[in-house]
Write a protein that binds this ligand. Structure first.
Ligand code: S3P
Length: 171
């Protein structure tokens, strides 16, 4: 990808702390398209913070809202779209992404994820128990599925603009 603009929306997938938001912003600037954050759009649609949606309505309801929001966002003109870490895990959402976007997995090792998510209380999945153990479990379950993404870029111990540059070259 060196031509300005994008043919299709680039959908960033990966675990919490992988850098989807930071790398996404850089990538959008390089591509000259808007950056859109699916979690922020969900919060606007629900008029509640993510943690509050989980607490009041549970994860299943959050996933249903996430799918509806993703469907709407993927209909827009191409952009760089950061998703919450679980979006690509839902089969229907993954099918949507596959049909309408280019998926880009930002892979990171456990140490990087632990360091980047330390002390972030807005993430309901990391609020209970040991964050390192939770992330380790999520890596085990999710990485085989994230690996189905169209493009994979490693972000371990690297500044976002470097990762964004490599992603841009790989797209
Ligand atoms: C989640 C990741 C969060 C948010 C929600 C669930 C997940 O987004 O969507 O807390 O299941 O991994 P980030 O990956 O942007 O933190």
């Amino acid at each position: 990808g060196s031509a300005p603009g994008l043919q299709r929306t680039v959908v960033l997938v990966g675990l919490m702390g992988a850098g989807k938001t930071c790398v996404g912003r850089c990538l959008a600037r390089m591509a000259g398209v808007p950056f859109v954050d699916a979690d922020a759009e969900i919060e606007t649609a629900a008029r509640l913070p993510i943690a509050e949606i989980f607490a009041r309505y549970g994860e299943a309801e959050f996933r249903a809202t996430e799918r509806r929001v993703m469907e709407r966002l993927l209909e827009r003109s191409p952009c760089v779209l950061a998703t919450g870490g679980g979006a690509f895990m839902a089969e229907e959402t993954r099918a949507l992404i596959r049909a309408q976007g280019v998926s880009l997995w930002l892979r990171a090792d456990l140490e990087t994820l632990v360091a980047r998510t330390a002390g972030r209380s807005h993430r309901p999945l990391l609020n209970t128990g040991d964050a390192r153990e939770t992330l380790r479990g999520l890596m085990e379950r999710r990485y085989p599925v994230y690996a189905e993404a169209d493009v994979v870029v490693d972000t371990t111990q690297e500044p976002p603009h470097t990762t964004a540059r490599r992603a841009w070259d790989a797209l």
